[in-house]
Design a protein around this ligand. Structure first.
Ligand code: SF4
Length: 97
């Protein structure tokens, strides 16, 4: 199983809240490697913190269960989408809820 990201691109445009990505934006929170019509332009080489599943294994698996980690991620994704008034087909839906 992997995190069911819907590729809305919002997390790439609010990276001012991610200390590990402080050098990836010019103060506006939009990743320098994000292009609106493409998405992440360094996808294969993106930082670990941008990789939800690998990030869990290497950074967070001693802090949360995978279920709780996915729930927390989905909560943030869906909150950002509601705030940005994105269409509902972008909402992250987890199998068990
Ligand atoms: S905000 Fe969530 S659903 Fe949207 S691209 Fe980022 S991880 Fe995927």
């Amino acid at each position: 199983m992997s995190y069911p990201c819907t590729r809305c691109g919002l997390c790439c445009q609010k990276i001012q809240y991610v200390p590990e990505l402080k050098n990836f934006h010019n103060g506006n929170g939009i990743c320098l490697y994000f292009k609106a019509d493409v998405g992440c332009t360094i996808y294969q080489e993106r930082p670990l913190v941008c990789r939800i599943d690998e990030g869990y294994e290497q950074l967070f698996n001693n802090q949360f269960s995978l279920t709780d980690y996915y729930l927390k991620n989905a909560e943030v994704c869906n909150y950002m989408q509601l705030e940005a008034e994105l269409p509902s087909h972008y909402r992250v839906k987890l199998k068990d809820g």
